[in-house]
Design a protein around this ligand. Sequence first.
Ligand SMILES: [Zn+2]
Length: 556
Amino acid sequence: MERLQIRRHRIAVSLLLAGAGLVCLTASAVAQPGLRTVAEASGFTATSRHADVMAFLHELQRQHPRRVRLDTLATSPEGRPVPLLVVGDPAPASPADLRGDDRAVLYLQANIHGGEVEGKDALLMVVRDLLARQSDHYLDRLVLLVVPVFNADGNERISVENRAAQKGPAQGVGVRANGQNLDLNRDAMKIESPEVAGLVDVLNRWDPVFFFDSHTHNGSYHQEPVTWTWGLSPNGAAAVLDYMSGTLWPAIARTMRERYKTPIIPHGDFVDPRAPEKGWVPLEPQPRYLSNYVGLRNRLSVLNEQYPYADFETRVRGCYDLVFSFLEFAHANRDAITRLVRDADRRTLARGHAPAASDGFVVEWTQEAVAERVTVEGYEMEVTDGPGGWPRVKPTDRKKTYPDLPYLAKYAPTRTVRWPRGYLIPRADPAVVAKLRQHGLLVEQLAAGATLAVEGFRVTSLKPSAQLNQGHYTNTVAGEYFEAAREFEAGTVFVSTAQRLAPLAAALLEPESDDGLLAWNFFDRALSQQWGRGPREYPVFKVHGEVAAVREAVSR
Ligand SMILES: [Zn+2]
């Protein structure tokens, strides 16, 4: 407690000095040596609290009124504003301001897990230093949306007990969950937190071409302080996935090594620490993870993870260099990136208008190697059997190179289901309709009753998870598809796949999607049997033929 009071006192002084120093400078003064983050002012022993971030951002806005606009992404469950900084030259007042403007919008966020803090301090430094540059400042082609403290509530629960194995900052960090005890990086599909609701609203309104989410990893031991991977969902656009692994990854790795002298590897862990040569594996591809969710929306998406056993200053500076590497790349390749995502959108629309027999939604996959190989500068490891047969890994201090490992970041389909022209939901639960619309999907309804040939899903097994999962007993389902002609009343909800976010619609509505609305309990009532055994028929039907019936958009 006393330690924290001392720290806060020092920060107050640091900000005061910053303000005093600025009085002597002209409004457009370049370097602002006085404006320092808590990380810098504390000699990298402390991280910014919410109030520190707000003070820093207000000061940036005061110094750069034309290029900085402070907005609010959301109000946290405990009532804190989650700041959204809009940076541009000039900063647009709203997305409408960007019509007829060819600047690309990039979204950068940190601190989604309140104990994983270096991205927050790094993003503050990035914006400050970017604005201080008079040339080569990227803002002729880019607009940045910056959210340094996404999980404002978790960030405030600072204690030296949290993430105790992580190497600093010595004065402690916050906790993983938000004020609702939700992991915000599992909330992308169900959207139960105001923070993720705010983010999805920003994605819908601003449509950033690039998304960056900063974390600190807990995993395999290695020497590289910085790692990242891309949106991994196999239901995202193939061209975007190929671009991320084949073009963006090697380009960023080169910049980090050559310009910033920072060792970097793709985010991941050894598949099997007993046999490291088997490869390096990233997180799973489910869109509940924000980086995968944005990939499913066909946009460039980055999960950044620093290595927890690198010291705090190294992590902050590594993340800082990584963000500048992305900004440089996006600035130089703005047109190619914009074309890439527009092409992905066009192909998505074309597929929805006339799906081919080969078009499918991936429900099962296997992990394959991407072209890029990984060399991990690690340590010799002592591996013993841990609880449940899991390997327990203890690193030694003897360095060891694990060369030329396959990177198993391609989730290749082993089973797909037919890609439809759309989904019909008779007598839809308003909560389902609201959720689809919240994701930015166009939801329509039949203006008159119609008899239509559809594909349905008979549920043969519905199993809730044995343990609570983010406040849910999530469902795992099995069943059989069947074809039938059914009568649908006027008002039946229709979700077309001839829309930009169709892969997301499918991931929400396909019965076998492991991260869909069925898994997250949105259809539990509809599936409940009032009398008799087993769950009822899945209340969503796939349409493969053209739907000639008149439709109108749902706006409730
Ligand atoms: Zn994390």
